[in-house]
Design a protein around this ligand. Structure first.
Ligand SMILES: Nc1ncnc2c1ncn2[C@@H]1O[C@H](COP(=O)(O)OP(=O)(O)OP(=O)(O)O)[C@@H](O)[C@H]1O
Ligand SMILES: [Mg+2]
Length: 321
């Protein structure tokens, strides 16, 4: 039986847009607008969607690095959103993040040893000697070695820096790692090395991943299930194979058609999406995808489709009502 690790219920994050002159809230960017899903223990849940659809905000809001506007995040039967500071601090040890840009996310003034041992110090874990040993172990685990420990992050290549970021995220023995586009900033040749490392570590430490990426080809290899986001909502969530073999949502179909096929003999029809992603401060009525949808019906302009289960996959689309 699959056991839930994190349950996200009606999660919302709105960013206020202020009027410069009177500094009043004039409207909101609905970056995350009502998410319902579960992350199961030991799985990798991929989260994909175009730029600005709310992927990073989702990750950060789940980890309470951003305060949710509404909704619940249940971890070990407790709602992180309502937790007091002390309990949240403790829960955060289990919930870590790996960032997209290994150039910007590591402090260039710190040695690798300081970067990796910082979380241990913040949480007052281990004596100095034990901390040193722990950092050496972590470096080994991510494929670096202890002689790297006294160098500075800027002395390393992108792939190595991301290994340092991963070692730091693992320092507190987390249960969940939110990896926010962890390979997008890396050379294609390095990307698969880092993805393979993440997979090895998952097995070794029984980790659960929320793996965020722009496009489906990156998450295809690593994910067990995949959620497709569009304008602050998940429009489809399914087992990876189901999503690739029988996508339901027209947006998922369009994203899939954009993946290049290695075999030139296979002809694939490419669905070109019309227009850009709409402004999340002023989203379209009804189904927010309707202005770009080739299957748009009357109801799509008026009513927001519910997110419901169809043939074992979840989809928010009037075609399946
Ligand atoms: N701190 C903030 N203040 C105001 N608006 C924000 C803030 N952070 C994000 N947004 C807006 O929220 C929306 C979602 O942003 P988010 O960064 O979550 O998207 P994303 O899917 O991660 O995009 P990308 O693929 O480019 O990383 C965007 O419209 C963005 O401009
Ligand atoms: Mg992002």
């Amino acid at each position: 039986m699959k056991q839930p690790l994190i349950e996200v219920k009606n999660l919302k994050k709105y960013f206020p847009i202020k009027n410069g002159f009177l500094n009043r809230n004039v409207s909101n960017v609905k970056a995350v607008d009502g998410l319902d899903f579960t992350i199961y223990k030991g799985e990798t849940l991929g989260l994909v969607g175009e730029s600005g659809c709310g992927k990073s905000t989702t990750g950060r809001t789940i980890l309470q690095l951003l305060e949710p506007t509404d909704g619940e995040v249940i971890y070990e039967r407790k709602n992180l959103v309502e937790m007091n500071k002390k309990d949240l601090r403790k829960a955060r040890r289990d919930l870590q993040m790996v960032f997209q840009d290994p150039y910007a996310s590591l402090d260039p003034r710190l040695t690798v040893r300081s970067i990796i041992s910082e979380p241990l110090e913040i949480h007052g874990l281990y004596s100095n000697g034990e901390r040193k040993k722990k950092v050496d172990e972590l470096l080994d685990v991510v494929g670096l070695s202890s002689f790297h420990a006294n160098r500075y992050a800027h002395e390393f290549s992108g792939g190595q820096r991301q290994r340092i970021g991963i070692a730091r995220a693992l320092a507190l023995n987390p249960k969940l790692v939110v990896a926010d586009e962890p390979v997008s900033a890396l050379d294609v040749s390095i990307q698969s090395q880092v993805i393979n490392l993440l997979q090895d570590l998952q097995e070794q430490f029984q980790l659960t991943y929320l793996f965020i990426a722009h496009d489906l080809s990156v998450v295809k290899h690593i994910s067990d299930r995949i959620g497709v986001m569009y304008l602050g909502r998940i429009v489809e969530l399914a087992d990876k194979n189901k999503l690739f073999e029988s996508p339901k949502h027209p947006y998922t179909k369009a994203l899939l058609s954009a993946i290049p096929v290695p075999n030139p003999l296979i002809k694939k029809e490419r669905i070109v999406l019309q227009g850009d992603v709409p402004n999340p401060a002023n989203p379209p009525s009804g189904c927010t995808f309707h202005p770009r949808c080739s299957a748009c019906m009357d109801i799509c302009r008026k009513e927001k489709p519910a997110f419901r289960e169809v043939d074992g996959q979840f989809v928010a689309c009037h075609l399946y009502n």
